[in-house]
Design a protein around this ligand. Structure first.
Ligand code: FES
Ligand SMILES: [Fe+2]
Length: 347
């Protein structure tokens, strides 16, 4: 079960060209393709006839054609041709495949997961990222890790950096930056905002000494998108986490760079993405595979002994639980989710 009536990013635009592509997202087997106008179409990949995988087929004359007996389906899902019955055959309206509402924005494909609506809300995004074409590089992984565990690791847990990613931290001389100090934390609509510093223990306890260290800023667009301003050479790290199914998760990231020169930004973001995919995410994946239980939830949090640095994880789980179980409880849950009570932490 995943939160409904929301847009989920399911793929990067450039991955869908002329051929149908099969994807599994939110527990559904999907096929994505482009119609004659280049518009993205997203449908169930199961052919209505004998349920072959349409992703193995091809696009033919603005329709998707099943590889098994050549039945063709239009972008709205209805069958337009059944070769074995001939051109004049009556085609039952039941001979159709499920078609999903999709949009293409910010070089991503977004699937509407929920009831069809007369008007859909805007695609969730981080407004200040709009103006930076060609200044980012991306990557994606499929993890055999649950959605909640992936979200915990990639969106919320900052203080593992110097330990789990020791090699990278060492390279950037950040190994001693183990202390997490949150500077500000607030909730604006469906954003959580955190700012803070990772500090070495010897930074000193007075405000001035601490302020010599860079302040990171983290916007979390609930429940599955995060934007971390690393306070490191103008780099920002965007992460989007989407369930493949109950056991697996697709994680997509971008590094944005904002150096004066577009070319330098492009190459710096590519370098950062290369480091992420080759040195950082493999460590995260290995540790996430080891976490018990595999499925984390609000009720399983009591198995942990949390410390204050983990507060973001608790906040996220409370909000996520509300979202899953009742729309109404989200309305009144502000007090409950912002600022976890001290009883939650291990003493
Ligand atoms: S299974 Fe698709 S045409 Fe027969
Ligand atoms: Fe990590």
């Amino acid at each position: 079960m995943f939160p409904e009536n929301k847009w989920w990013a399911i793929a990067e635009s450039k991955t869908i060209r002329n051929k149908p592509i099969g994807l599994r997202r939110l527990g559904e087997d999907l096929v994505l393709w482009r119609d004659l106008n280049g518009q993205i179409v997203c449908q169930s990949s199961l052919c209505a006839h004998r349920r072959a995988n349409m992703a193995l087929g091809r696009v033919n004359n603005g329709c998707i054609e099943c590889p098994y007996h050549g039945f063709r389906y239009a972008p709205d899902g209805h069958c337009t041709f059944m070769p074995c019955e001939g051109k004049e055959a009556h085609i039952s309206p039941k001979m159709r495949i499920k078609t999903y509402v999709v949009r293409e924005e910010h070089d991503l494909i977004w699937l509407w997961w929920g009831k069809e609506q007369a008007e859909y809300p805007p695609i969730p995004w981080f407004a200040h990222l709009l103006d930076r074409p060609m200044r980012w590089a991306s990557g994606a992984v499929d993890w055999n890790v649950t959605f909640t565990r992936t979200a915990e690791n990639l969106l919320l847990d900052i203080h593992h950096f110097s330990f789990l990613h020791r090699g990278v931290a060492n390279f950037f001389s950040l190994t001693s930056y183990t202390l997490l100090e949150i500077d500000e934390q607030r909730k604006d609509d469906d954003f959580f905002y955190f700012s803070g510093r990772l500090l070495p223990e010897e930074a000193g306890s007075d405000k001035e000494s601490k302020e010599r260290f860079p302040l990171f800023q983290h916007w979390l667009r609930f429940p599955n998108m995060g934007l971390l301003d690393l306070a490191f050479g103008g780099m920002e790290f965007l992460v989007i986490v989407t369930p493949i199914d109950e056991e697996n998760t697709w994680a997509y990231f971008r590094y944005y760079a904002q150096y004066i020169n577009t070319w330098i930004s492009r190459w710096m973001s590519r370098l950062a993405a290369w480091i992420e995919i080759n040195f950082i995410l493999p460590d995260d994946y290995k540790i996430c595979l080891s976490l018990q239980p595999r499925h984390s939830s609000l009720s399983s949090l009591s198995l942990n002994k949390f410390v204050p640095a983990d507060e973001g994880i608790i906040i996220w789980h409370k909000q996520y639980d509300s979202l899953l179980h009742s729309e109404e409880s989200i309305e009144g849950s502000d007090q409950q989710v912002v600022g976890a009570d001290s009883e939650t932490f291990a003493k």
